[in-house]
Ligand binder design. Structure first.
Ligand code: ZN
Length: 225
């Protein structure tokens, strides 16, 4: 069976890359200076580059299930703790606590704000989000990481009955919640208060190709496009 992805990869090397060789050279020599941290759901139908027209070097991109933002975690044991072997007996709690310290999304937020000094953070959720839908269903015992991760959006639920309207409400309210949680990061809050950083919530309606933007003051969404 031909591997289409591999074929497209080869075409990138032969066709697309030569046209942007000098841009990539510049981005290597000068380093990356993206102005935007884009936190988007991993859903394959959300294509940030297509949506924004952004090219290489423009978006610092983090994607995870649901476009969720974990809380800033000052209880984290520190960088050495995850490397330590779990203690004998009673290790369960200790292990869980240490595993909870591997915060990929939180690390990306810190890096983007402190090192790259981005000026804008966009949290982009979307319609028909499987992560939000999963909140309305019983959790799977064989997927402990998903179960724990989904809790980051549970406060966005206003109903336990899964209707189209309840899903849409939860999808939007989750974006509001994640944007608010960005402010638990001290480096984010400081810059927002100084006016050096703007926070945005986007709701992408897949079937319409439209983005609704969050008005942080009112919690309402209105069309941006
Ligand atoms: Zn999603």
């Amino acid at each position: 069976m031909p591997d289409e992805l591999l074929e497209r990869l080869r075409r990138f090397q032969t066709d697309a890359f030569p046209q942007q060789r000098s841009l990539f050279r510049h981005l290597v020599d000068d380093g990356q200076h993206p102005l935007t941290l884009f936190i988007g759901c991993s859903d394959s139908r959300l294509v940030p580059y297509l949506l924004t027209g952004a090219g290489p070097g423009e978006l610092f991109l983090v994607r995870n299930v649901g476009a969720f933002v974990p809380p800033y975690d000052p209880e984290f044991d520190g960088p050495q703790a995850p490397m330590a072997p779990p203690p004998e007996g009673g290790a369960r709690l200790g292990t869980v606590r240490r595993l909870a310290g591997f915060h990929g999304t939180a690390a990306a937020i810190e890096y983007a704000v402190l090192n790259l000094q981005v000026r804008r953070i966009i949290v982009c959720g979307h319609s028909h989000c499987g992560a939000i839908r999963a909140l309305f269903k019983p959790q799977r015992e064989d997927a402990p990481h998903i179960s724990r991760w989904l809790e980051l959006a549970r406060p966005a639920m206003t109903s336990t009955e899964m209707t189209d309207e309840a899903l849409r409400q939860a999808e939007m309210r989750s974006i509001t919640l994640q944007v608010a949680r960005l402010l638990t990061f001290p480096m984010v809050r400081e810059r927002v208060e100084r006016g050096d950083l703007c926070l945005h919530g986007w709701y992408y309606v897949i079937e319409e190709g439209r983005v609704l933007g969050l008005d942080i003051a009112t919690g309402e969404f209105s069309p941006l496009s």
